[in-house]
Design a protein around this ligand. Sequence first.
Ligand code: NDP
Length: 285
Amino acid sequence: MSAQIIDGKDIARRKQDHIGKEVQKLKGEGMTPGLAVILAGDNTASKTYVSNKQKTCRKLGMYSLLVELPESVSEAELISRIGQLNEDPAIHGILVQLPLPAHINEKVIIETISPEKDVDGFHPINVGRVMTGQDAFIPCTPFGIMEMLDSIEADVSGKHVVVVGRSNIVGKPSGQLFLNKNATVTYCHSKTADLIEHTKRADILVAAVGKAGLITESHVKDGAIVIDVGMNRNQEGKLCGDVDFQAVKEKAGYITPVPGGVGPMTITMLMENTLKAAKSVSKKG
Ligand code: NDP
């Protein structure tokens, strides 16, 4: 039997409706959640991502500020600009679009963002809070994955989760969130000796690599939940994931499509984090 499709677009739309209502409530109390996005340089893909983030912000009634800096911006200038935004009461969330120009140290920049405004959840304080199971800004893509699993009422506790990919923004935090929910987690990466031996034992398989067609039906256990984070272009230039969707959907229990899966959830959870940041300022009064 063919897998059930986890419709990220639909889940994102419902979640955004809810966020939009919460934004209106806050506005009624005199506060407009504000997100600042810093874009350094003119990477075409980054420009598209940033523009989508701004559009979603506005659609949900939030204040959106774009700070555009030239490719040649110095690390000191960028640090100074983030410092201003850290102090700006109209801004509740700050996001620095990655990748940064090569001469800028990404770690230094991320650590400059106030942890209370770190809506990407990349600051080591938020990373540590996630790791120790404390309240934190959860990185948007892993947060979106968990939201999708909630939407199908997946019981994660005791399940074997295999995460392929160990980046700081997707793979590692995804595995950690599953561990926090009592799953048994295996991480695979480019040095994993026999990928298939691990993936075929997964109750939940997360592919976050960036290689089209890496996960075939042989990698997947019958009935598994398959979450495809990958965003690649196939030979025809069409957007596709890391999973061979057509073949794997005949074996999996649930599967996320690309496009229309994890992507729309990522941007939605950024909005959720910005709302959370604004609410926590509102509570402090
Ligand atoms: P990275 O390039 O940072 O990480 C890729 C990971 O895949 C690394 O851990 C790497 O291992 C591992 N890897 C590479 N080749 C193999 C292989 N043959 N077998 C097993 N593991 C392998 O990528 P990101 O985590 O940033 O992104 C992953 C994918 O997700 C990309 O396609 C990206 O575009 C997409 N993405 C999608 C988002 C969305 O919203 N849908 C958001 C963010 C990312 P090693 O560590 O050993 O190098």
